[in-house]
Structures are given as C-alpha cells and as structure tokens.
Design a protein around this ligand. Structure first.
Ligand code: GLN
Length: 532
C-alpha cells in the first residue's frame, strides 16, 4: 500500500550499495496518467519534488537525493502518462513502420527503454526501479509486466523485492503475515517471484514469521528482511544491513562488496540520537488536512531540511503543524505562536488561508521570532510588510486579489499568456536558476558566497515597481537573479528583526542529512539563539 515505505526502502538500497563501492541510478515509476506531479494537489499526492532540470516529480525522488546525493532529473521519473504519450507520438510519426501498436508489449517496452536510459546515464552499476502503487491494482500491471519481461531478457541481472506491510492489530497483539502471503501470490500471478520480502512493521519481525513467510512465499528465510519503524528514516539502511541485505543482493548477482563503509551514515544516526534539547518550529501552511487526518507529506522536503539543520545544531526538532485557516476562524489563536523558537511558511498556491498566513507573519515580525518564508512564504512576507509597515493598505499578490491597489507581488510577464491559455502543466518558472547574493546580509552570512543556484517553482514575483519603497522602510532584497533583475531573497534590516528572511526559490530540495542547506542552517541557528 502507499506510504508503507517503498521510497525510503528504495533510497536505502541505493545508500547501501553506494556504501559497498558501487554506483547506482534510481528511477521511480508512478502509475498516474498525469505527465508529471505538477498538476496534482499536495494533499492528494504529497509534495511535488522539483529536480534541478525543473521536473515536477513524486516526493520519493527527494528521498533518493537525500540518501544517495545523486541529482534527479526528468529521466528518473516515469508516469503512465509519459509512457503512453511517447508511444502515441511514435505511432503518429510512423515509427512502428505500419505494425499495429499493442498495449503488450509496446507499453512495457517503452517502460524498459526508460529504465535503460538510466542504465546508460553516468554508467551506474545498478539501476534501482521503484514501482509505485500496490500489487493487485490495475494501474501498475504494465509496470510489473515490464519487470517480468526485463528479467526474461536479462537472466541473472534482475532481482525483485516486495515491500509489504505486516500489521500488528491491537486486539490480537500478534504480527500477521497473511496480507504479505496474498501479496506474493498476486505478484506470482503477474509472473514475478520476489527475491526478497521487506517486512515493514511497527516492530521487528521475529524468526518464526520469517520462517513462515519463507516457506509460504518461496523466499529463502534469510531473504526476508525486517524493516521495523525507525526513529528516523536515516536509520533504515543500518537496520537493513543488520540482515546483511546489501551483501545478499550482491551475492545473488555473483558479486562482492568492494568495500563496507557506512561510517558516515552511522555518525549521522549517532548525531540524531545524541541531540537532547528540543527546538520548537511552527510550520504554518494550508495543505495539511485529509479528512480527519493531518498530512505532513505535503511538505516532506521542508520537514527533512528542518531536521537536518536541527540535528547539525544538536537539537531535537519539534515541528508544530499549524493550519493557517485556524487563525482566520479564531484570530486571537495566533498568540500560540509565541511558544515557537522559529516560524516557517512553506510554498503554496491560491487565496485560501492567506489571511491566516499573513497574521502569522505579522506576529513573527512584531514579536521578533525568527521567520523563514519559502516561495509563497516569501511573497506573503512582502505583502505583510507592504501593508503594515510601508502602509500600503490592501497590498496583495495579484494571485489572491487581481484588483489590489498595491500589487507588490505580480504575475511574471512571461506567465501571463500561460494563465490566459490555461496552459498550466510544466509551465511555471521551474528548476535551477542562479542567484547573486548581496554582501553584509543574512543571506550572505548563511551562504558565505556571492553566487548560488537554487530550484524554483512559481509564476509570481516581487513587483520591482515597489522595491524602492519597501527598501526605504527596512526591507533588503539580498538575492537577485541578475539576468532579469528578479528578487530571489528578501530580508529585514537587523534593526527591525534578528532573523527574518524569505526566498523565492525552494532551498528545501538541496538539503542533505550530512550537509544541511545553508539558509535552513541560518534559520535554525537563529531559532537556537532565540530559545536560549
Ligand atoms: N503561488 C506562488 C507563485 O506561483 C508561490 C508558488 C510556491 O510557493 N511554490 O508564484
């Protein structure tokens, strides 16, 4: 099922093989007909992860990057939509030379072609393919078929691992293996026999259940790998290595480890476990609610980035999820932010919840609580400052109020046509753009360099017409995209606030557990100072 940990498992296999001296390439197969994740609602599909080349992808690519350090591009992300689009394009171009084009084998063949793109790129020793969804559902059947064909065409060079959930129902108090048995049988009916079963569960799997799964699913007992819930996802490679998972993969391929070196990873996990003092960070957003549940997957890279920096500063990150609409329903409740050591507003779209976010930003500014705004969080910080400090009553982003008297955030010139034509897919300002950093600013203090590259995903921008006015009141535009004179970073002068900074880009995509992103680190350091 989804969210059981396939992404982290895939990423962990990547990290484990790297630690044994091999290069890996990763690929995520998403069953959606969508061409990319850019048009999906975050509460529906989780965060949209942006690659350096601007691909709007599934959040699992974020874990791949955070575990392996490999940068993801559009080659690493496959959807059903892309596969069909390419097959149909070829058919229209007569590339099938008059043959009839069939779901099988032409669709699986295109999936295999895509896997081979990664196999050739950067010359990896292994390609790790994650197939999304659940065995037995219609949507991923053709991906499984591609896997089956791939193995047939490459005997001895393909292995399958099934990630399966082993529930421990409260009323029984015992770990149940039956769902996994059925999953294997379903996989068998697709012509696939797993080489490994990764048993995800709250608790470690005992020998008895390993034996049972082995016997009933035709997998060697040692190839049933226990993957219990971990304190942090970064422990997972170490937990899997307790079952010698990596060496077993290599043995099946007739290979050996070139080295065994998870020292850096162990040091990371030690650091995570050793942190004792808490740091309270309020994340004020609007993509939390799914029914009665809170979904933090919408901001997963933000969460991970906050964690990386908190751990690096020897703190336990305590993240508080605050739905900005609460502040609209009950304005005095914004006072609960006083307990926070730092406040972060992540990216977003549309007018819902915006007034609540503005209330939170005002609170952070006036109470001098460290503030970090990402994309929308930066744009709305400019709106708040324009309204309440520069006295531009009713200032807004034209995304929220098209007729505002002070459009301090306005749609980019080149985006107007896209909006008018309803041309929404993959048309934002996406991916890497360079940014020049002005010396003597918070941004420069954090980055310690005058030029950086970060990833973007937006259509609106700071309206240059108001820059002078805002600067006169104490805002500094400390990061600029030189080619178009676009504001990339805005912050407040030190006399107004100890640490208040917003970025037009998404620094959360560049944070690594072993190397926190510089601005997140700056923000966390300011929060640590505040908490002292
Ligand atoms: N909605 C804003 C824009 O399009 C911000 C986007 C974001 O936060 N990713 O510019």
């Amino acid at each position: 099922m989804s969210s059981v940990g396939k992404g982290v498992t895939t990423a962990s296999i990547g990290r484990i093989l790297l630690s044994k001296g091999y290069r890996v390439g990763m690929i995520k197969c998403d069953m959606y007909v969508n061409i990319d994740a850019g048009t999906m609602r975050p509460t529906e599909h989780g965060e949209v992860f942006v690659g350096s080349d601007g691909i709007e992808a599934d959040q699992d690519l974020g874990n791949y990057e955070r575990f392996t350090g490999n940068l993801s591009t559009r080659d690493n992300y496959v959807t059903t939509g892309q596969i069909y689009q390419e097959v149909i394009r070829r058919e229209r171009n007569l590339e099938y030379k008059g043959e009839d084009v069939e779901v099988v084998p032409d669709i699986p063949n295109e999936i295999i072609r895509r896997i081979n793109v990664i196999a050739k790129k950067g010359n990896p020793d292994f390609v790790i393919v994650e197939i999304g969804g659940t065995v037995g559902e219609y949507q991923n059947v053709l991906f499984l078929e591609a896997g089956r064909m791939l193995k047939l065409q490459n005997p001895g060079r393909v292995q399958f691992a099934l990630v399966s959930y082993l529930p421990v129902p409260k009323m029984v108090g015992e770990m149940k293996t039956k769902p996994t048995q059925y999953a294997v049988r379903t996989l068998n009916s697709a012509g696939i026999q797993p080489d490994f079963i990764i048993g995800r569960s709250e608790l470690p799997m005992d020998e008895k259940r390993k034996q049972k799964l082995s016997l009933l699913c035709s997998v060697a007992p040692g190839d049933v790998i226990s993957a219990p819930d971990a304190e942090s996802i970064y422990e997972v490679p170490l937990i899997m290595e307790k079952d010698r998972f990596g060496d077993k993969i290599l043995e099946k391929f007739g290979m050996r480890p070139r080295k065994q070196d998870l020292r850096d990873w162990k040091a990371l996990v030690r650091k995570i476990k050793n942190a004792k003092l808490p740091l309270n960070i309020g994340v004020v957003g609007k993509y939390f609610n799914t029914g009665d549940y809170t979904l933090v997957d919408s901001y997963i890279s933000v969460v991970e980035s906050l964690r990386h920096s908190a751990w690096a500063n020897n703190r336990v990150p305590k993240l508080h999820w605050i739905n900005s609409e609460d502040f609209e329903k009950n304005p005095s409740s914004v006072g609960k932010l006083a307990k926070m050591d730092g406040i972060l507003v992540p990216g977003g779209f549309g007018g819902r919840g915006v007034e609540g976010i503005l209330a939170a930003i005002k609170f952070a500014r006036e109470k001098k609580i460290p503030y970090f705004g990402l994309c929308y969080g930066m744009q709305l910080a400019v709106v708040e400052f324009a309204r309440n400090v520069a006295k531009m009553g009713g200032a807004n982003s034209t995304e929220v109020d098209r007729n505002t008297k002070y459009p301090v955030i306005d749609v980019m010139e080149e985006q107007k046509k896209n909006l008018a034509d309803k041309n929404f897919g993959a048309t934002m300002r996406l991916g890497d753009y360079p940014c020049k950093i002005i010396k003597g600013t918070l941004a420069f203090d954090a980055y310690k360099t005058g030029s950086v590259v970060e990833r973007h995903r937006h259509r609106y921008e700071v309206n240059n017409k108001y820059r002078n006015d805002l600067e006169k009141h104490g805002m500094i535009f400390s990061g600029i995209y030189p080619k178009k004179d676009l504001v990339e970073i805005s912050e407040l002068r030190p006399k107004l606030h100890p640490w208040f900074l917003g970025v037009q880009f998404h620094p959360e995509f560049n944070s690594r557990p072993w190397k926190p992103q510089a601005l997140f680190d700056g923000f966390i350091k300011a929060a640590v100072k505040k908490s002292a």
